[in-house]
Design a protein around this ligand. Structure first.
Ligand code: FBP
Length: 553
């Protein structure tokens, strides 16, 4: 059955993503200095003897060469992010420009597709259907962790059968950690199968000196900011609700911060700051209540509060509780699951926890306590998207305001509504920035493969500048790694990039906070992403990228 296309789908299909100047034609490879991992150099070097210490790579203009056809398998891993389809179309076009007989295979449903040999050849017809569209539906995604030798071996069988030169893994920090382990395994065994990663995640936490932004962040933030702007206009019209808006971002608060910069919301909680200042839940409640009191006493009984999805894990008292819960539930999973939900499970957890954590657990609203014990994801993370922190804060803020009212310090009226924005933005049609950036990442990945590289992440630098000035190449994944404790064991992982409290975006928010929380805010209504029109409207970069890039000058 043919898919019914929206007018935007049809118009967007004709969009030609822009490539960096250096990639428009034949390329040559320039090698930079050798790299080392961000920390734990000796341990990482010992674990990755074949892929450690490689140089940073840059593509520059070169001479045309004769190439052989290349077959490549591609995997979409983890949460959806706008632009994934463009990574694939860039990869496809790159492979075809290397040799028209090259083939691209998509492994279906994420990394498990490689292990279970579920795949489909991606023909020009299929790729054309998905150019510049959002979503990962071209082949689907999944969260299976690639970590066992048995999985690598099964992958090898299908790679050999399809004559693959390389596997491209489009994923976040955990998926690219797995890509690195796979690359090392295949290199150590001399299989000739290369592995290349691409930096995906709306969360924006796969970021470092070489990767200024992960793809999808720009579009997702623009979608959420449009919604927040609309809510602010509604709030400013009806003047009767405080909107508590939780925003995706499993760990880092990059999304909440960027949306605050785009919309000038009244309050934006930043988890990293909460952790740094060792704040309690009561402190967070007070921060929010303060703005509500200031505005309420001035007759303004409405406003917006942005809450990062991962907040609870950053509140030191709750973090300790979650760590103990993770271990306890992992060890008692079977028994725990036989218990009746709610009371039985709650009592069971209370009995198993240390006294300190049992007290904290008991103090949480029942629905939050229950949500904290839900199944972990395949990487052992709490599924923060299922924890309704905004509702918890709405309740607690109300209690606090009732108290302040009794003390005669608050004269306003408090009505609140909760929202969670996450899935709304993950599959949006990519902004022009993400469409170009992703296409370039994919095209660039094909060139890394053609150059015989493995264990590299495809990178495109200077994304704040116009596309033609972007610099593309590769960075060894081992250079982003450090050792971290996971499931009670020290393992090599890509270091997650949290919001830097001395970074320009947070500093800017900090300088504006008082003003935005006050009775006289100046809401910004960003409106929808524009795909056609003047460049200052359509090609605008996000504030995080702008502020960080200006700070570098
Ligand atoms: P990735 O880290 O895989 O890119 O996913 C990010 C994310 O969208 C988080 O913001 C969110 O917490 C999580 O995925 C939700 O996961 P799921 O799609 O499994 O519900």
């Amino acid at each position: 059955m043919t898919r019914v296309k929206s007018p935007l789908d049809i118009a967007r299909a004709a969009y030609k993503p822009k490539l960096p100047l250096a990639l428009q034609g034949a390329v040559a490879l320039k090698e930079g200095a050798a790299t080392q991992s961000v920390a734990n150099q000796e341990e990482i070097k010992a674990l990755f003897p074949n892929t450690y210490g490689m140089p940073v790579l840059e593509f520059v203009k070169g001479e045309a060469t004769t190439n052989r056809p290349i077959n490549v398998g591609v995997i979409l891993s983890g949460g959806q992010a706008p632009g994934g389809h463009n990574v694939m179309s860039g990869l496809f076009d790159g492979l075809k420009s290397i040799h028209p007989d090259s083939k691209l295979y998509g492994f279906l449903g994420g990394p498990s597709g490689l292990v279970d040999h579920n795949y489909q050849e991606l023909t020009a017809e299929i790729i054309d259907e998905f150019r510049n569209t959002g979503g990962f539906d071209i082949i689907g995604s999944g969260r299976t962790k690639l970590e066992e030798v048995e999985q690598f071996e099964k992958g090898l069988i299908i790679a050999k059968k399809l004559g693959l030169s390389a596997v491209v893994i489009i994923g976040g920090d955990d998926s690219n950690t797995n890509a690195c382990i796979l690359a090392e395994y295949y290199a150590a065994k001399n299989t000739g199968i290369q592995v290349i990663g691409c930096p995906k995640t709306i969360d924006g936490d796969l970021k470092n000196d070489m990767i200024e932004v992960s793809f999808g962040f720009d579009t997702a933030c623009k979608v959420y900011s449009e919604l927040i702007g609309n809510i602010q206009r509604d709030a400013n019209s009806a003047k009767k609700y405080w909107h508590f808006i939780r925003l995706m971002g499993r760990s880092a608060s990059h999304i909440a911060l960027e949306c605050a910069l785009q919309t000038q919301a009244n309050v934006c909680i930043v988890s990293e700051e909460v952790a740094e200042k060792k704040q309690t839940i009561a402190d967070v409640v007070n921060t929010i209540a303060e703005s509500i009191v200031t505005r309420g006493n001035a007759g303004l009984n409405f406003g917006t509060v942005l809450i990062p999805e991962g907040l609870l894990e950053f509140i030191p008292e709750v973090k300790g509780l979650i760590a103990e819960l993770n271990d306890m539930l992992a060890h008692n999973e079977v028994e725990f699951k036989t218990l009746k939900m709610d009371e039985e499970q709650h009592a069971y957890v209370m009995a198993k926890l240390s006294p300190v954590n049992a007290t904290i657990f008991k103090s949480l609203p029942l629905f939050i306590a229950k949500q904290l014990t839900l199944d972990r994801d395949s990487h052992g993370n709490v599924q923060v998207s299922l924890i309704e922190t905004e509702k918890m804060l709405m309740d607690m803020v109300k209690t606090r305001l009732d108290g302040l009212k009794k003390e005669g310090k608050y004269t306003g009226k408090f009505g609140s509504l909760g929202h969670f924005f996450g899935y709304e933005g993950r599959c949006a049609s990519p902004s022009n920035f993400d469409a170009d950036y992703c296409y370039s990442l994919g095209y660039n990945a094909s060139l890394l493969i053609n150059a015989g590289k493995t264990g590299y992440m495809s990178i495109v630098r200077n994304p704040y500048l116009p596309t033609e000035q972007w610099i593309s190449g590769g960075v060894p994944i081992t250079s982003m790694m450090n050792m971290e404790r996971r499931h009670g064991k020290m393992v090599p992982v890509i270091q997650k990039a949290l919001v830097k409290l001395d970074g320009a975006p947070f500093k800017f928010l900090e300088s504006k906070r008082k003003e935005w929380a006050s009775a006289n805010p100046n809401y910004v209504y960003p409106g929808p992403i524009q795909y056609f029109g003047p460049t200052e409207v359509c090609d605008q970069r996000n504030h995080t990228l702008r502020l960080e890039s200006e700070a570098k000058k």
